[in-house]
Ligand binder design. Structure first.
Ligand SMILES: [Zn+2]
Length: 369
């Protein structure tokens, strides 16, 4: 996440804090120091820091449970509305997703139980007779907030924890895509209620509403894209009618092909039979022309980091590689090294659209199947 800095590393997971969170702390301090006393302001900021330590522990609960299922966490970032643990992927087995989602709130319940034990051991039972003293007690307030955090996160507003549980429960009966769509719709419905409550009550809820509404839409779209490629081999998505270019040819040859409208990106062949060097992208070609280097050979501007795909490989993995490496196209190569096709982001996007349309037609025509 941009505008965030790492300040710790726990169990190999970078813990980052977002600029808006620091601004939030300063805002709380300044507002209270002006209205009340510096001591009250310091105590409140200290309370928020303790609360956000609990949020970090909550996120670590998700991250370490995910690790048990072989899913790594890129980082944990603190925002004013809470924490976000960026898992590399969501475990698709429903039981595992439920365990990962519940681990966060479980940590808050655990913290609350520990705080309760500390309070009782220190004779905190007396606090119950005096509501004002109870409110003023640092540990008692922290306890109450932890219970609140756990319960709030269990509201089934996808992508909040409770919403993930809902999706996973639905996924045990429906297919994953359908389960995600329903959970996202429920999430966005609850987000609208949060929004209304935010307008008439606590403005903080407006931020949460926005976060849930946008997050639900994004995750549903990502799952839809992935599921369109599920079980589809590269051979079904690749272009078979394409032009390749040799690495020792001049760039002017590529320009000629581009202007003829054949295609945007070209697989580049080596000198020997069955050697694919990589891909010449339109962007790299234009960049080289713009810098006035028209005398170069194709192999000098060939992008080699995209690798190749095999015709029987699953499209899902190839698509992920293309996104990660910023590749608009990947050559498809048989085991013997012969070039048989090309996958481009453009034709993959079209395939996703066709699959979605077919899926929609199936859902409507299939009735209650
Ligand atoms: Zn959580």
């Amino acid at each position: 996440m941009r505008w965030s800095w790492q300040f710790a590393k726990v169990a190999g997971i970078p813990i980052r804090v977002h600029a808006t969170f620091l601004i939030f702390l300063v805002f709380v301090f300044v507002a209270l120091a002006r209205g009340q006393s510096t001591a009250v302001a310091l105590e409140t900021v200290g309370f928020f820091l303790a609360l956000f330590a609990c949020v970090v522990l909550h996120e670590l609960g998700h991250a370490l449970t995910a690790r048990r299922y072989g899913v790594r966490t890129r980082d944990i970032t603190l925002l004013p509305i809470g924490g976000v643990a960026r898992l590399e992927r969501i475990p698709e087995k429903p039981s595992q997703e439920i365990a990962v989602a519940l681990a966060g709130p479980a940590v808050n319940f655990l913290i609350a139980a520990v705080l309760l034990a500390i309070l009782l051991a220190g004779g905190g039972g007396r606090l119950l007779e005096d509501p004002a003293a109870l409110q003023g007690n640092f540990l008692a307030r922290l306890l109450a907030y932890n219970v609140f955090l756990a319960l709030f996160n269990l509201i089934p507003a996808f992508p909040m924890d409770g919403g993930r549980v809902l999706r996973a429960v639905l996924a045990t009966r429906l297919d994953y895509l359908r389960a995600t769509q329903i959970a996202a719709n429920v999430g966005q419905g609850i987000a609208l209620l949060f929004g209304l409550a935010g307008i008439f009550g606590n403005p903080f809820l407006l931020f949460i509403a926005l976060f849930v509404f946008i997050g639900a839409g994004q995750e549903a779209a990502a799952v839809q894209m992935r599921s369109a490629f599920e079980g589809v081999p590269v051979s079904r998505a690749m272009i078979r009618d394409f032009r390749a270019i040799r690495g020792d040819e001049p760039l002017s040859r590529a320009v000629e092909l581009l202007l003829n409208g054949h295609q945007q990106d070209f697989p580049v062949l080596g000198v020997g039979p069955g050697t694919v060097l990589g891909i010449l992208t339109r962007a790299d070609l234009l960049k080289s022309l713009a810098s006035g280097r028209t005398d170069r050979r194709v192999e000098e501007v060939t992008k080699r980091s995209c690798g190749t795909a095999h015709p029987r490989e699953m499209l899902e993995g190839v698509f992920r590689r293309m996104q990660e490496n910023g590749c608009p196209a990947v050559p498809v190569v048989e085991a013997d090294g012969s070039l048989v096709g090309m996958v481009t982001l453009e034709n993959v996007g079209e395939l996703a659209m066709v699959q979605a349309a077919l899926g929609g037609a199936r859902a409507r025509g299939g009735g209650g199947a």
